[in-house]
Design a protein around this ligand. Sequence first.
Ligand SMILES: [Zn+2]
Length: 171
Amino acid sequence: MPAVMSDEGFLLALLNTTPVVDGVSTDELLDPIQARSWLVSVGGRGTDAELRQVRQVRAALQAVVRGERAPDVLAPFLHGAALHPAMADGEISWVLRVPPERELVTRAVLTWDALAKNSPGRLRPCANDECQLFLIDHSKAGTARWCSMAICGNRMKARRHYQKARGASRA
Ligand SMILES: [Zn+2]
């Protein structure tokens, strides 16, 4: 059995399924076969209904995290979710129940909400404007800016260095 992905890991993986490859925006959930195996790999069922929902919630979450839409656009993805009390060993616990094909979208929205409340601003788009990836900043200072220091961090530094050098030679 594959290791269960953390909810934050799942949310970030979902947001990052539309990377820019060689300057072109791509979608890793476009091909149905590839998409189905991705859904199963993150704990989903891999059905068509689930894929439709997941692609919709991804677009909504990406827009919310980029600040283009208000979080209210996420409300429809919570339909059908309910907490049920369960008694075990003399203690009550609350169990989340959602229709099977909505488990992943509910998980994505609840994880987004937990991050927004517990770590405000830590989930954000990469500061490289040519990159469509997102990051969850776990640094103490909260100053992480790149999806990957090795890729976007160095690329942006190199670009700034180049622009500065060009500006200096012109002056
Ligand atoms: Zn990036």
